[in-house]
Design a protein. Structure first.
Length: 491
């Protein structure tokens, strides 16, 4: 998500590094590159122009703050404008005690509308409220069966059409049933079309007038770019929607729809779908998304996701072991298995400040495959070897472990060497707060971004020599780390 936009914006902002002041001349060059990055990300033309005008008005002639160079100051200005462009967002569903709240979801076919109904139902059920789904998408019989299956998975009742061909009648009957059965919330899955047409809008407007939903949410597919923005405007003109649920932001979406929809429609993105699984629905936070777009990471979301998905008992046991000075390869593997629950490693790295460019630094390495190779090495060791690899694993044992894991012997040696430093760092992190841990992670970055230190077999060469391009990247990364350390020391 937003990888190309992040890379383009980083390149544009880096062009201003080393300048003493934000002048008209260097701002024109920098903002021209930012404009290109926004348009390539499929941001609406008028939105991009308005955004850049506001950035320029704030930045040109601004006095550079002490300890900030122009590029850093511009990042702050762009971040603030991005937040304003996408927000503010009210995440409340405005559910009232003692009455049934009616939520209506609409959208085009293929946008993920039916799945979003189930995701929203799951979120509401986790709050301890009763919820009912209504299958009113009579245009697509498969949608009715899909909602029924999802309802069974969630153990949530689903009101079915039972032969009715009138979507308005189905919605009214579903709401009446939800009220009789005391459900706190009823969610209407309304009809979709392959494209916006007058018949669809008339049907949705009739349901809106007849049922009187408390909230109307539009589900749009981020992969469709500006078509998603145009859809949002058309639906809002017909229904006055209260929020947008943007799906498929885990895919190859360029991000333009997320940046444009609030400016074009006046309606904010309220939730985002980040996967096909029923739990993959998140609140949309403009300030966090702006940070991720600018490569600044999103630790808050990462911590929240970890709290939901990690085994908290296991985390507590690991913490106690670290405090007592214990950290083995078994502990390391369990830690990585926990991390995997957060999603693809590339996504996780992008949420850690300073680590967003790691996958690019690794030359497009398949991090998931690398992790599987690492697990294979660990699993090929005896319990004693996993407990004290540095002391026990000699040359003959390296060969045996490598044969069992299907890797080269030097890869086993690389893991043992890297584990020594990692073990000391992990023990030192025991008891630290999140801020201190992130500082430790950033110090580790220079080691992790060294292409020759990768655990997987290097691609394209023997792994014994760095290419000229790799050496340049490595030197650039080291220089960057040195500048960061000097700034931290001054602070």
């Amino acid at each position: 998500m937003f990888e190309s936009l992040t890379a383009s914006l980083s390149s544009a902002l880096n062009s201003l590094r080393g300048r003493g002041k934000l002048s008209d001349a260097n701002m024109r060059d920098g903002l021209a590159a930012v404009r290109t990055a926004l348009l390539e990300a499929d941001v609406a033309y008028e939105v991009a122009d308005g955004f850049l005008s506001r950035v320029a008005a704030d930045a040109v002639g601004a006095r550079v703050l002490e300890s900030l160079d122009p590029a850093q100051q511009l990042v702050g200005i762009v971040h603030r404008e991005l937040v304003d462009l996408m927000g503010p967002v009210d995440h409340s569903l405005h559910l009232e005690a003692g009455r049934t709240t009616v939520l209506m979801l609409c959208g085009l076919q293929g946008s993920g509308k039916t799945t979003s109904c189930a995701k929203l139902a799951r979120r509401i059920k986790e709050q301890g409220r009763g919820v009912m789904l209504v299958a009113a998408d009579l245009q697509r019989p498969a949608a009715i069966e899909q909602l029924a299956v999802l309802g069974r998975q969630l153990d949530v009742p689903v009101h079915l059409p039972e032969g009715s061909t009138d979507p308005v009648a189905v919605c009214n009957a579903g709401v009446a049933r939800a009220r009789r059965e005391g459900a706190s919330v009823v969610i209407l899955d309304t009809a979709g079309r392959l494209a916006i047409d007058a018949e669809l809008m008339r049907e949705l407007a009739t349901i809106d007038r007849s049922v009187g939903p408390d909230q109307v949410y539009l589900v749009v597919d981020a992969m469709t770019g500006q078509d998603a923005v145009r859809s949002a405007k058309a639906f809002n003109d017909a229904l006055e929607i209260d929020g947008v649920i943007m799906t498929k932001l885990d895919g190859d979406a360029r991000g333009g729809a997320a940046l444009s929809v609030k400016s074009v429609t006046g309606v904010p993105v309220k939730f985002i779908g980040t996967g096909e699984h029923i739990e993959a629905l998140e609140d949309f936070h403009p300030e966090r998304m702006a940070g991720r777009i600018l490569g600044m990471g999103d630790v808050v979301s990462l911590v929240e996701e970890a709290q939901r998905k990690f085994d908290q008992d296991e985390m507590q046991r690991q913490e106690e072991r670290l405090k007592s000075g214990q950290f083995t390869l078994d502990d390391f593997k369990r830690m990585l298995v926990q991390t995997r629950r957060l999603g693809p490693l590339g996504k996780v790295l992008g949420m850690i400040p300073g680590m967003g460019g790691m996958q690019e630094m690794l030359g497009g390495a398949d991090l998931e495959k690398d992790m599987n190779r690492l697990f294979g090495i660990i699993d090929s060791m005896t319990p004693a070897e996993r407990g004290d690899p540095s002391r026990l694993i000699d040359q003959s044992r390296r060969r045996r472990i490598a044969t069992g894991a299907g890797v080269e012997a030097h890869e086993v040696g690389d893991l043992v060497k890297q584990f020594d430093g990692m073990s000391a760092m992990m023990k030192g992190m025991a008891g630290l707060g999140m801020r201190e841990r992130m500082q430790q992670v950033q110090r580790l970055q220079s080691q992790l971004t060294n292409p020759s230190a990768r655990l997987a077999k290097p691609k394209g060469d023997t792994g014994k020599r760095l290419t000229a391009d790799e050496r340049r990247k490595l030197k650039k990364q080291r220089d960057k780390e040195e500048r960061r350390r000097r700034r931290q020391d001054k602070g």
